[in-house]
Design a binder for this molecule. Structure first.
Ligand SMILES: *[C@@H]1O[C@H](CO)[C@@H](O)[C@H](O)[C@H]1NC(C)=O
Ligand SMILES: *[C@@H]1O[C@H](CO)[C@@H](O)[C@H](O)[C@H]1NC(C)=O
Ligand SMILES: *[C@@H]1O[C@H](CO)[C@@H](O)[C@H](O)[C@H]1NC(C)=O
Ligand SMILES: *[C@@H]1O[C@H](CO)[C@@H](O)[C@H](O)[C@H]1NC(C)=O
Length: 612
């Protein structure tokens, strides 16, 4: 009897365990569906564990080692012999590429206070915060108000490089007396900046994916090349050989090697430092130094406050305890940005960001420390640090760094944010609204008021969609401009960028190698492919009137938010971005500032074979 009831209770325990597991599975699936906008395949479930919420900075920038490009055999098998895709015009309309006008001057500064106030409203009432459309409009049209050139003598380019806040701001370790004259970049030379060179930082683990490509290309597409450097931090705590792998064994990164050579991209191994130098001044956040400092150690250093050491040269250091060093943070990249910006200044970007405008005016003013808001959250401490900037070696950067270390290496932006509000230091750390860097986040969280953005997009999956999806319901609801001219009205054929000839060559190369490697007689009649008449009604991904000009105009960046395994469908918004970039790098299109590309050739994006 006793035995039986024991078995029974065992059964019921098992039952609850199964029920719980089932429920967990459902929730898990639910999260995936919400994130991706579609049901995941079982393969995804194994390869792509969901991250809990979009924008969770803890989950960003991690490569997908499981991701492999499809084999060439697969590619050939996937080619649709009816070949409609092959002759698909790039666009239905003629895009205006130079829509941003002239690039801001090296000394142009954005008044962050103005931008914050204009898009947030007052500090207490944040009455403008939910009006994303209005903020975008302001950023698009208000340059005259929020951009300015400082008075003579106060411009960044006029300051001695020795005192610059950015590491290596003159390309000569801050040793020059003044900045050289401007020289634009060429194939082999990065040129010369007539003002401080600003470092941009990104962090990455694993091999490069098309997302790395998207980020890097967006950088070259929009930034002032001689005046920036892209530092790519690769996690050396996880993989000490990461830099070597990316330089020598990464098929995708190969296309960017000329930029490593030219000096645009600097590959760096990230290792958590055991001590970090701090500037002069009170680094105890007002608590004060120990009345009786500790004994000098063998190196003549003393512990002067909690976690602070002063060396024989009176330099103060933030030290990590033995314990902290062995329990390095799970969210490494959350911490990396604070350390790296403190040490070298500039800006930090998550890799899943697409740059849309020149960032420089946001980064060279006197008070350029900023991050963005966490969605439409109203609290003044709700930061998101996907994109942020700090003045190097400053009181604020030291304070934030020390705070994160003291909280057990917790650099979650909202934790750091709560701390800085409590200590009344958050106003030094500007909070820009989502419109600036992540224009659909507020919408996605159902917090948007006023009009929808242009394009009107409600979730992060939408920009990937091209299939039978034009126009997506209300995509153009907020658009008030003129209708763009149809390309067919200006040219008889859609191929105004000669893209087909290039693709032709690519295909022939690929087909040949496949034939050799697989020994199967896969024959693709390329001539037939290229001659086949394009029939829009047979195309699953027909060209549209989407152009970069109408992609969140005014925003500095667009944040893709994870979704690392997804590829953009042809004719989707992200694909429009890709083609604008490739058109700029390889067939004569202009960038938004009306400039031509003079740098090394950059190969185009891989065709998304799954969508032909
Ligand atoms: C920046 O904007 C603020 C707020 O509108 C204004 O008070 C300040 O004078 C501006 N600063 C500069 C340098 O224009
Ligand atoms: C940091 O600032 C202090 C002055 O506060 C200066 O002495 C020191 O050289 C600076 N360190 C770096 C790395 O720039
Ligand atoms: C240690 O520092 C003190 C005070 O700055 C100095 O007098 C002393 O000579 C130093 N000792 C060594 C070994 O450097
Ligand atoms: C694009 O086409 C849609 C649907 O026909 C239209 O509503 C929208 O205004 C067009 N946009 C532009 C920029 O021409």
């Amino acid at each position: 009897m006793a035995k039986k009831s024991c078995a029974k209770s065992f059964c019921s325990v098992l039952q609850s365990v199964f029920a719980a597991a089932g429920l967990y599975g459902l929730l898990y699936l639910g999260v995936l569906v919400i994130q991706r906008g579609s049901l995941p395949s079982p393969k995804d479930l194994i390869q792509n564990p969901p991250t809990l919420r979009p924008g969770s900075p803890s989950s960003d920038s991690v490569g997908q080692p499981g991701l492999r490009l499809p084999s060439s055999k697969l590619k050939v098998e996937k080619i649709n012999p009816a070949a409609n895709w092959f002759n698909r015009p790039e666009s239905l309309v003629v895009p205006r590429d130079d829509y941003l006008g002239k690039r801001p001057n090296v000394d142009t500064v954005a008044n962050l206070t103005k931008l914050v106030e204009e898009c947030r409203g007052s500090y207490e009432n944040i009455e403008k915060m939910p009006y994303v459309y209005d903020c975008l409009k302001y950023m698009e049209e208000g340059e005259k108000e929020y951009f300015y050139t400082p008075a003579r003598g106060e411009r960044a380019s006029e300051q001695p490089p020795r005192r610059a806040e950015y590491l290596n701001s003159d390309g000569a370790d801050n040793s020059l007396d003044e900045y050289p004259s401007y020289k634009s970049a060429s194939k082999d030379s990065i040129g010369q900046c007539n003002g401080p060179i600003v470092p941009y930082h990104v962090y990455w683990t694993g091999p490069a994916t098309w997302r790395v490509e998207l980020f890097i290309k967006s950088h070259f597409y929009t930034q002032n090349i001689p005046c920036v450097r892209l530092w790519l931090w690769l996690d050396g705590d996880r993989d000490p050989k990461a830099v070597d792998k990316m330089l020598n064994h990464d098929p995708l990164f190969e296309k960017f090697l000329p930029f490593v050579e030219r000096g645009d991209i600097v590959l760096k191994t990230w290792k958590f430092p055991s001590r970090i130098p701090l500037p002069k001044g009170d680094n105890t956040d007002g608590v004060g130094y120990y009345k009786t400092p500790g004994k000098r150690n063998s190196k003549n250093e003393t512990l002067v406050a909690d976690g602070l050491i002063r060396d024989a040269n009176d330099q103060e250091w933030l030290v990590l305890t033995e314990k902290q060093m062995t329990f390095l943070p799970v969210a490494v990249s959350d911490a990396v940005r604070f350390v790296v910006l403190h040490l070298s200044g500039g800006a930090y970007f998550d890799m899943d960001v697409v740059m849309l405008r020149d960032m420089r005016p946001l980064l060279i003013g006197d008070e350029h420390s900023f991050a963005e808001r966490w969605g439409g959250h109203p609290s003044p401490g709700d930061y998101n640090t996907a994109i942020m900037s700090l003045t190097a070696n400053s009181s604020l950067s030291s304070y934030l760094l020390r705070g994160g270390v003291r909280m057990g290496l917790n650099f979650h932006p909202r934790v750091i944010g709560v701390m800085s509000v409590k200590d009344r230091r958050n106003r030094e750390f500007h909070m820009l609204e989502t419109a600036a860097f992540d224009p659909i986040w507020t919408e996605f969280n159902w917090d948007r008021l006023g009009r929808c953005t242009v394009p009107c997009i409600h979730d992060y999956g939408q920009v990937f969609k091209g299939k039978n999806a034009f126009p997506l319901k209300d995509e153009w609801d907020s658009y008030e401009g003129e209708q763009l001219k149809l390309a067919s009205e200006t040219k008889s054929r859609g191929h105004f960028w000669e893209i087909k000839t290039k693709r032709d060559e690519e295909i022939s190369e690929r087909t040949t190698t496949t034939e050799i490697s697989t020994q199967t007689a896969v024959t693709i009649d390329r001539d037939a492919l290229s001659k086949a008449e394009y029939r829009i009604e047979q195309d699953n991904y027909p060209p549209t009137n989407r152009t970069l000009e109408n992609f969140f105009r005014g925003a500095w960046t667009y944040h893709v938010h994870n979704q690392w395994l997804k590829n953009p469908e042809p004719s989707s918004w992200l694909n429009v971005v890709q083609r604008a970039q490739d058109g700029f790098f390889s067939h004569g299109r202009l960038n938004p500032y009306g400039e031509k590309w003079d740098g090394p050739a950059i190969p185009e994006y891989e065709i998304s074979w799954e969508y032909t």
